[in-house]
Ligand binder design. Sequence first.
Ligand code: UDP
Ligand code: MG
Length: 139
Amino acid sequence: MANNKTFTMLKPDSVEKGNIGAILEKITSSGFRIVAMKLTQLTTADAEAFYEIHKDRPFFADLVTYMTRGPIVAAILEKDNAVEDFRTLIGATNPAEAAEGTIRNMFADSISENAVHGSDSDENAAIEGAFHFSGREMF
Ligand code: UDP
Ligand code: MG
């Protein structure tokens, strides 16, 4: 899909470990254009809303604690076939299963602290992007 957009977060572990620059380099050198970007922090209500689909899963409380414990980098990325290609670039949810050279293979510690988020559909990319950015912040 031409000029397709996806939404990403560099999660708190990536910011804490000083990996913002290295991960952004990987993203831009893979052909993604940064349309919008900010350093921000999720509130508990934000994280609960963002991950609502997982609210009945056993890891939900830990996920909310992790995602709110420090700043994240939120960004909208554009590329042909962005949603699917970005999921390929980040690799499997569990870094132990993520392909060599993927962002989670290179930068994630565990299935819970897995460095980055990537939208799983065009519909969710639009919802997640609009959650963080107004039209004036998108370029
Ligand atoms: N997660 C977790 N334990 C699990 C599965 C997921 O802590 O067994 C966390 C992890 O941070 C993951 C997020 O919940 O990125 C959302 O899970 P999902 O299955 O949507 O994975 P993703 O789409 O991020 O690959
Ligand atoms: Mg998901």
